[in-house]
Every structure is written in C-alpha cells, then in structure tokens.
Design a protein around this ligand. Structure first.
Ligand SMILES: [Zn+2]
Ligand SMILES: [Zn+2]
Length: 243
C-alpha cells in the first residue's frame, strides 16, 4: 500500500480536525470520531456465522459450519472477527494499520462491546501475528500488537509479541489466491521459546482474515511448539457472497 500526498493530507487534516467525521467529514460532537450515518454503514459481524471460523452467514437462519470448514478444516480451533471487511471497515483497519490511530478502534469497541471475543473464551497468552524484523523497523510498530492491546485491554499482561516470530520476509499477499498465499508463507513462522507456549491456550490476533492462510500458518507453528489450543481474533473478515 502506497500512500500519496493526498492521503497524507487527509490523514493530517483528520488528526487535527476534531469535530469532523473520520469518514465523510460531517460535523460531529468533539468526543465522537464519526457521524451516525457512517456508523450505520460499519458492518459488524453478528450471528448467524460459522461456529468454527466465524464466517458471517447473512440470510441464514442459524449458525452452521461453512463450506470451507466442512471441506478443509482450519488448523486453528476457533476464529472470530469483529467487522466485515468492506469500504468503511477498510478505512478503519487502515487507520490502525498505516496511521497508528488506535483511538478510532477504541471508540468502536466502547460503543459496541466486542461480542465475538467472548466466544473465544479465556487465554493464557495473546499473541499478535508478527511482522518480519525488517518490516517492523520500516513501519515502526506492529498493527496486530496495537489491535491486541486495545481489544484485549483487560488482559494486557498476557500479550506476548516476542515468542512467535516471522523468520523470513514474505511478499505482500494482495492479489494472491489461497494456493499462492500458502506457498508464500510456508514455514515463515517459528516459535522462539517453546517452553513459553507449551500446554497454553492462545488467542492469535491479526488485522484482516482474507483466506485464513496467515493465521493457519501461525497456528501450525504454535501447535508444533506445543500449544494446547489456538483461537484466532481478527479485526475484520473478508466476505464474498458465494452464488
Ligand atoms: Zn460520516
Ligand atoms: Zn467456517
């Protein structure tokens, strides 16, 4: 993702323009980040969804396993996401990811307590999906760690950003299909100190669930390291309606 001058100016104007909607710049109360109209367009994931991977199932009458989970069971145990990844939520994710605006996410959670997280139950450790060290140096922060700290604020002491590492630099996955993503990430993650995770129940955290390849590859490394259970939380979930 490359941000042009316009994006930068919009970003700066938003940072210094309290009282305007983050999305449409309509006037809002100074303690709000976006207007009611835009709020209605933010698609939160609610039941019915796949009880295994959390895929939303709009129009269905009850929760049931999705086709993907029936055919090719994920490696992680349970997956849950907060938002459907589309126009508005993409802006939200990018605000956190590229502009380090955790305040936006904090407002979202304050207004709408995060139901999907309660499905994931307790965890001994909360582990953000790691960036490669060179990417971390370049960006200066890991967005998954920011998300972990905000969403799991009450369990901050259990967040561990050190034990799972990305041992090689991987290509951006935008535009890749599932097979290409799997090839790109194969063996990319490893656990540095297996004694830290052995027998532990873990919640793995990422920004966006697209095909699930990243979280599956991380779960594979964590199980190999001896984890007892790996559940997954992502801020947003790509959802394409199948015909
Ligand atoms: Zn608005
Ligand atoms: Zn599923």
């Amino acid at each position: 993702m490359i941000w042009g001058l316009d994006d930068l100016l919009v970003s700066i104007s938003r940072l210094f323009a309290p009282g305007t909607c983050f999305f449409c710049r309509a006037p809002v109360a100074t303690d709000q980040n976006w207007c009611d109209d835009c709020d209605r367009d933010i698609k939160r994931i609610k039941s019915p969804y796949c009880p295994r991977c959390g895929l939303p199932l709009p129009g269905e009458r009850e929760n049931h396993l999705c086709r993907e989970c029936l055919v090719d069971k994920p490696i992680f145990n349970l997956g849950r996401s907060l938002l459907v990844y589309e126009k508005k939520s993409r802006d939200l994710v990018q605000a956190v990811k590229y502009r380090h605006q955790g305040v936006i996410l904090r407002q979202l959670l304050n207004k709408y307590p995060c139901d999907p997280v309660s499905d994931l139950g307790e965890a001994d450790l909360i582990i953000p999906v790691p960036l490669h060290s060179s990417r971390l140096r370049q960006r200066g922060y890991n967005q998954s760690l920011i998300i972990s700290r905000i969403v799991f604020n009450s369990r901050k002491t259990r967040i561990d950003p050190y034990t799972l590492v990305r041992k090689r630099r991987t290509m951006s996955q935008t535009g890749m299909n599932g097979i290409e993503r799997r090839r790109n990430l194969k063996g990319a993650f490893m656990v540095k100190k297996t004694e830290k995770i052995a027998g532990k129940k873990i919640i793995l955290v990422d920004d966006v669930f697209t095909t699930g390849t990243t979280v599956n590859e991380c779960a594979r490394a964590l199980y190999k390291g001896g984890a007892a259970m790996v559940n997954v939380f992502t801020l947003a979930r790509v959802y394409k309606r199948t015909p």
